[in-house]
Design a binder for this molecule. Structure first.
Ligand code: AMP
Length: 192
C-alpha cells in the first residue's frame, strides 16, 4: 500500500494537489475538511457539532474527527491501493491515532509531504477562493485564526513524522503543474 499525508497550512494547495495525485496513483482521497462539510450539508449531529468550530476557524475536537476518519477508513479499506490524507492529522493526538489505525491494518504512513507557502500568499489565495467557494471560513479574518491553530496545534505533527524520518518539504508556490511534478517526483522515489 501507498499511504501519504499531504501536509501544510490552510490554502497551501493540499486539496488541489490531492485530487491530481489520487488520479495519477489511483489512491483513495480522504479529506477531513470535505467529510466535515458533507456532515454539515447533511445536517447530521456530527455536522452540527463541527459547525461552530469551523465557522470560528478553530479545529474540531480530536475525538469527533478521529472517529469520523476511522469510520471512513473501515468503509473503504477492502478496495483500495492506498490513501492520500488531506487535512488530517492536524494534531499530534490525531497523528498517533492514525498511526495506530494503520498499524492495526498492518500498514503505515509511507511519506508526509509538506507544502510550504508564505502567509502572504496563503491569505491572498484564501480570500480569492472565498469569492467562489461559498465557504463561510474563507475570509481574511478567519484565516488569521486558522493559521494560528495551524502554528500551535498542527505544526507539531510535522515533527512527529520527522522523528519517523517520513517528512519531506516542497515549495508550494508556483504553477499548479510544477507543484504536481515536484510532488510526483517525491512519490515516485518512495520504495526505491
Ligand atoms: P479544511 O477544508 O481542511 O481547510 O478544513 C476546514 C475546517 O474544518 C478547519 O478549519 C477545521 O475547523 C475543520 N477541520 C478539518 N480537518 C480537521 C482536522 N483534522 N481536525 C480538526 N478540525 C478539522
Amino acid at each position: 500500500m501507498l499511504n501519504l499525508i499531504l501536509f501544510g497550512p490552510p490554502g497551501s494547495g493540499k486539496g488541489t494537489q490531492a485530487l491530481r495525485l489520487v488520479k495519477r496513483y489511483q489512491l483513495c482521497h480522504i479529506s477531513s475538511g470535505d467529510l466535515l462539510r458533507e456532515e454539515r450539508a447533511n445536517n447530521t449531529s456530527l455536522g452540527q457539532e463541527a459547525q461552530k468550530y469551523m465557522d470560528a476557524g478553530q479545529l474540531v475536537p480530536d475525538a469527533v474527527v478521529i472517529g469520523m476518519i476511522s469510520n471512513k477508513i473501515d468503509q473503504q479499506w477492502n478496495s483500495i491501493k492506498g490513501v492520500i490524507f488531506d487535512g488530517f492529522p492536524r494534531t499530534v493526538a490525531q497523528a498517533i491515532a492514525l498511526d495506530d489505525m494503520l498499524a492495526q491494518k498492518n500498514t503505515q504512513i509511507n511519506q508526509v509531504i509538506a507544502l510550504e507557502v508564505s502567509l502572504e500568499e496563503l491569505t491572498q489565495r484564501i480570500v480569492e477562493r472565498g469569492k467562489v467557494s461559498g465557504r463561510s471560513d474563507d475570509t481574511a479574518e478567519t484565516v488569521v485564526k486558522r493559521y494560528e491553530e495551524y502554528q500551535n496545534k498542527t505544526l507539531p505533527v510535522a515533527q512527529h513524522y520527522e522523528h519517523q524520518n517520513k517528512l519531506v518539504a516542497i515549495k508550494g508556490e508556483g504553477s499548479i503543474d510544477d507543484i504536481t511534478a515536484a510532488l510526483s517526483a517525491v512519490v515516485d522515489r518512495i520504495g526505491q
